[in-house]
Design a protein around this ligand. Structure first.
Ligand SMILES: *Cc1c(COP(=O)(O)O)cnc(C)c1O
Length: 351
């Protein structure tokens, strides 16, 4: 066994709704608002695409997801050879880490960010520098100070999970101008579609200038397809060619590919979902207690408190399963009914 596995543990899911009901004696229906899923689900067209292709289950998928690759290529206006798909971004992060990192390599990221950057780096025996948050968000200056010529990867998460905060176009541009041009900068935009800030980075545009800026997106969040596992990276074709060697040949399933194409085509549905999210998210920031919340550009709100267990339990009592962290609780924005109940709890909570 790899020695470093002793430092890690398998992903720990929260208790299931059934187990939670039992443990806390809850009668009402529980809503899972712990993993930033889109409760509205995917476009009906994605479901239709799946039923239309049920007779093809016995075939392997077409390797490399060519239909989806073409659709994303058109949608983003980038060459199809610059896109690589994974069974979720989780697998993309794994493939990149596996392809790039050798023992002793250094990666730089933030603390309090998506855990898979760290996890996969440790599996590859790399050394991880985690720069503390600044004002609840990524400290790009602090990260620059840690990056040197020998850094193998930099992971940025924008907006960041679990804090919901973002950095803007000029900040990212300034970062890319100063980071050594041979150091790959991976920019995870899993919540891109939920962003409403005008100054959010146009990362595709920055990629025209910076060959080392790589962009990651997913169908799991706003597109509502977390259960099907589709994510992708847009990089240079040289990088994609190498990373593609790591990719398991049939990683994205046949039905996932069809569903993702259909979901992508239904931009009206996506707009409807993200508009609802923006409206519901704003409600959280209209209460005085929002001084405890980090500003969010996502479909979740991070509530800062050192009583995260108490807050988690209070939210559970009104039927909402959230995600506690040592410094607060991350709440996925749900349906209006759940949001209203959670806002009521927050208004009465002693922080
Ligand atoms: C949810 C999430 C992912 C993983 O997405 P999948 O495509 O479902 O694997 C990656 N990065 C961030 C920041 C996320 O929040």
């Amino acid at each position: 066994m790899k020695k470093q596995l002793e430092q890690l543990s398998a992903y720990q899911p929260g208790l299931s709704p059934r187990a939670l009901k039992e443990a806390y004696g809850i009668e009402e229906e529980l809503y899972k608002l712990a993993s930033n899923e889109n409760l509205y689900g995917p476009s009906p067209k994605a479901k239709e695409a799946i039923t239309n292709h049920l007779d093809e289950l016995y075939y392997y998928p077409e390797t490399g997801s060519p239909l989806l690759r073409e659709a994303i290529s058109q949608h983003l206006g980038v060459d199809a050879s610059r896109i690589l798909f994974g069974a979720g971004l989780d697998e993309v992060i794994l493939m990149i880490s596996r392809a790039v990192l050798t023992p002793g390599d250094k990666i730089v990221t933030s603390e309090a960010t998506f855990g898979q950057y760290y996890h996969n780096a440790i599996v590859e025996s790399a050394h991880v520098v985690q720069v503390p948050l600044k004002n609840g968000g990524f400290d790009l200056e602090g990260i620059l100070n840690e990056v040197d010529d020998d850094t193998s990867l930099v992971w940025l998460c924008n907006p960041n999970n679990p804090t919901g905060t973002y950095f803007n176009h000029d900040e990212l541009k300034g970062f890319l101008e100063r980071v050594p041009s041979h150091v790959p900068v991976l920019i995870d935009e899993a919540y891109f579609e939920f962003v409403t800030a005008d100054d959010y980075p146009d990362t595709l545009k920055l990629q025209e200038t910076f060959d080392n800026a790589f962009l990651l997106r997913t169908f799991s969040k706003a597109y509502g397809l977390a259960g099907l596992r589709v994510g992708y990276v847009v990089a240079t074709n040289e990088a994609i060619e190498k990373w593609n060697i790591i990719r398991p040949p049939f990683n994205v399933t046949r039905l996932s590919e069809y569903a993702a194409v259909a979901a992508l085509e239904d931009q009206d549905y996506l707009k409807e979902i993200t508009a609802k999210n923006a409206k519901e998210r704003a409600k959280f920031y209209q209460i005085p207690q929002s001084k405890h919340f980090l500003p969010s550009q996502t479909n979740f709100v991070f509530v800062q408190t050192n009583k995260s267990k108490e807050l988690y339990e209070a939210l559970l009592k009104v039927g909402c399963i959230t995600r506690p962290f040592p410094t607060g609780v991350r709440i996925t924005v749900g349906f209006p009914e759940q949001n209203n109940k959670m806002i009521d709890v927050l208004q009465h909570f002693e922080f």
